[in-house]
Write a protein of this length. Structure first.
Ligand SMILES: [Zn+2]
Length: 535
C-alpha cells in the first residue's frame, strides 16, 4: 500500500467514525452536545494536516540563532514531533517522529539501569492521599501540582487519589513489605512511567507539559555512604547515556539548600544549555531525607541484628524533556539533526525518480541495510529537491540519493546530515560505510555540542558582569558566600537584578578564584557557583 492509499484509507476510516458517531442513538442526558465538537475537531485537523504538509515542504523559515523560540516551535510543528491541538490544556500528543526517538532513548537508559542492577516495576498510576501526606516537605512541595481523582462513575471516592506527579510515596510503602534484611540491600528498582503535574507556568511541548514521560529509579541502601555511591552511579549513568550517546553536554550541580527536591536532604541535577542561553534541568538524583523511610517504616535487620531505617535515593531522567534538548542542542537552520543511535529512522533512500528500475534497486538496498540500521524509501511524488529538503529538516543522519547513473556505475551518493556533505562510495561497501561513519557522525555531533557548551561558561566577579554574561546567553561562574540557607538572600539579589538563578556547585567543590569575594554581597566566598536563566 502506498502512502497515498494509506491516507485515503485513513480518511475513509475517519468518515466511518463520524457516521458511526452520528448514527449513535442519542440519549437525552448526553445529547449531541458532546458529540458535535468531536466531529468539528476531526474536520479542522484534516484541513490543517494538508496545510502542515504544504508548510513542511517550505522547510524551516526562522534562523536558530536569530529567534530560538520561534525556530523551536516551527521545528516541532513541521517535523510533527508533537501536536499541541489536543483539547485539554497543557497536554500534547507525542507523534511518531518523536516517539520513535524516545523509544530508543528509553532503551539506552533502561539498559544502563538494568546492567547496574536495577529491576523494572510497573506501579499503579494512582496514589492514595494518605501516602502522599506522610512526608511533610514532599506534600508541601507537590500539593499545588497534583491532579486529584475524587469521583468514579456515580460514586464519590472515600479517599482522594492522586495521579502520580512522582512515585516515592507509591514505591516506599511497598518496600516496607518487601525489605527485611541487610541481604536485601541495596534494593534497586525503577519504572518507566508517565507522570502528571498541574503546571501553572506556560507549557511548551517537551519542555514543560502537564503530562510527561520519564524513568524514575528508586533505591534503598544500608548506609548513607552507600546512598552517596548510588548518587555518583546515577551521575555516571547520565554521562554514559545523555552525553556519550545522546550528545548532550551538561554540568551536574548540587542544588543550593533553597532549591532542593521536596523531601530531599541533597539534590543533584544536570543542567543542559539551550542555544538561547537558558538551561534545562535534565536528570536529577536525590539523597532523600530519612523522613521517607521512617514515614513508610522501611526497615532492615543489619548485620549487628539491629533494626535500622534504609537510606533512599531516587533518580529521574525525563525522556520527553530530553527530547527538547536533542532538538535544541543539535538542530540547525535546516531543522533537526538526530544522533545516529537514537534517530527515528537512520537511513533514507531517495530515488530521484520513481521509475521501476530505480525503485527495484532501492528495495534491494533497503533489504541489505535493514540488517544494521533502520531504513525507509521515500516513494512520495515530491520532486527530488523537495525530498532532500524534507529529510534534512527531519534530521535523518544518512540519505542515499539514488539515480540511474549511480546504479549503472555501482556507486552510491550519500548525504550526511552532521557535516552537510556528500560522500560517493562503491555500492558494495555500503554496510561498512554506515557502520564506520555512524560512529564518526555521533562523535562529530558531540564534539560540536561540547565546544559550544564550554565556550559559554564565563567567570564574573560582580552583578554587572553577571548580567552581561547572562544577557549574552551564557552561564556565569562566580564566587558565592554560601549555598546553605544563609546564602538565600544573595541568591535573591541576583535573581532580582539579573533574572537568573543560582544553579549550584559542582560535586567536586571548586576553590573561590580572584578576589575570593561573593559576587553579590562582597563577603568572603566559601563556594564557586554557576548562574543561569532556566526554563
Ligand atoms: Zn553573598
Amino acid at each position: 500500500m502506498t502512502k497515498k492509499d494509506q491516507t485515503k484509507e485513513l480518511d475513509k476510516g475517519i468518515e466511518k467514525i463520524i457516521t458511526d458517531i452520528e448514527k449513535t442513538p442519542k440519549n437525552p442526558e448526553s445529547k449531541n452536545k458532546k458529540i458535535q465538537p468531536i466531529i468539528k475537531i476531526i474536520n479542522i485537523n484534516k484541513e490543517d494536516r494538508e496545510k502542515t504538509e504544504i508548510e513542511a515542504l517550505k522547510g524551516i523559515s526562522v534562523k536558530k540563532n536569530e529567534n530560538f523560540s520561534e525556530w523551536y516551535t516551527e521545528v516541532i510543528q513541521k517535523n510533527e514531533l508533537a501536536d499541541i491541538r489536543y483539547n485539554v490544556k497543557g497536554f500534547v500528543v507525542f507523534q511518531p517522529w518523536s516517539v520513535l526517538c524516545m523509544e530508543k532513548m528509553f532503551g539506552f537508559l533502561e539498559n544502563a539501569l538494568q546492567r547496574k542492577g536495577h529491576k523494572p516495576y510497573w506501579f499503579p498510576t494512582v496514589i492514595p492521599e494518605k501516602n502522599f501526606k506522610i512526608e511533610s516537605e514532599h506534600v508541601k512541595g507537590f500539593a499545588p501540582e497534583v491532579f486529584w481523582i475524587t469521583e468514579a462513575g456515580d460514586d464519590k471516592l472515600e479517599e482522594k487519589l492522586a495521579l502520580r506527579p512522582t512515585s516515592e510515596t507509591a514505591f516506599y510503602q511497598m518496600w516496607s513489605l518487601w525489605i527485611r534484611s541487610h541481604k536485601d540491600l541495596p534494593f534497586k528498582t525503577y519504572q518507566r512511567a508517565n507522570v502528571f503535574r498541574y503546571e501553572t507556568k506556560a507549557t511548551r511541548p517537551f519542555l514543560r507539559s502537564r503530562e510527561f514521560h520519564w524513568i524514575e529509579a528508586h533505591c534503598a541502601h544500608a548506609t548513607k555512604e552507600d546512598a552517596m555511591k548510588q548518587i555518583s552511579e546515577d551521575m555516571h549513568t547520565t554521562k554514559e547515556v545523555l552525553h556519550d550517546i545522546f550528545g548532550l553536554p551538561f554540568i551536574f550541580f548540587e542544588r543550593p539548600a533553597w532549591d532542593k527536591f521536596a523531601g530531599a536532604e541533597r539534590t543533584f541535577a544536570a543542567d543542559v544549555l539551550n542555544p538561547d542561553g537558558r538551561v534545562v534541568q535534565q536528570p536529577s538524583t536525590h539523597l532523600l531525607s530519612q523522613e521517607f523511610s521512617k514515614g513508610f517504616n522501611v526497615k532492615f535487620k543489619d548485620k549487628d541484628e539491629k533494626e535500622k531505617y534504609v537510606w533512599i535515593t531516587c533518580y529521574g531522567p525525563a525522556v520527553s524533556r530530553i527530547m527538547a534538548s536533542i532538538v535544541s542542542v543539535h538542530g540547525d537552520d535546516k531543522g533537526i539533526r538526530f544522533p545516529f543511535k537514537i534517530a527515528p529512522i537512520q537511513v533514507v533512500i531517495v530515488p530521484i525518480r520513481n521509475d521501476p528500475h530505480i525503485l527495484h534497486k532501492a528495495e534491494e538496498l533497503k533489504q541489505s541495510i535493514q540488517n544494521i540500521a533502520s531504513v525507509e524509501i521515500d516513494k512520495t511524488e515530491k520532486s527530488a529537491g523537495e525530498k532532500f529538503n524534507y529529510w534534512e529538516m527531519k534530521g535523518i543522519p544518512f540519505r542515499i540519493d539514488l539515480g540511474p547513473r549511480d546504479i549503472e556505475n555501482k556507486k552510491l551518493t550519500i548525504f550526511r546530515r552532521d557535516l552537510d556533505v556528500k560522500d560517493v562510495i562503491d555500492e558494495k561497501n555500503i554496510l561498512e560505510y554506515i557502520k564506520e561513519t555512524s560512529e564518526q557522525y555521533d562523535k562529530n555531533l558531540i564534539k560540536e555540542a561540547d565546544k559550544l557548551f564550554d565556550s559559554k561558561i564565563k567567570d564574573a566577579s560582580n552583578i554587572h558582569e553577571i548580567k552581561k554574561i547572562i544577557e549574552a546567553g551564557s552561564i556565569a561562574r562566580i564566587n558565592f558566600c554560601s549555598v546553605a540557607k544563609d546564602g538565600a538572600s544573595c541568591a535573591e539579589i541576583i535573581e532580582k537584578q539579573v533574572g537568573a538563578t543560582i544553579r549550584g556547585t559542582k560535586l567536586e567543590r571548586e576553590e573561590p578564584f580572584g578576589s575570593k569575594k561573593c559576587a553579590a554581597c562582597g563577603k568572603l566566598a566559601k563556594e564557586v557557583v554557576y548562574v543561569a536563566r532556566q526554563y
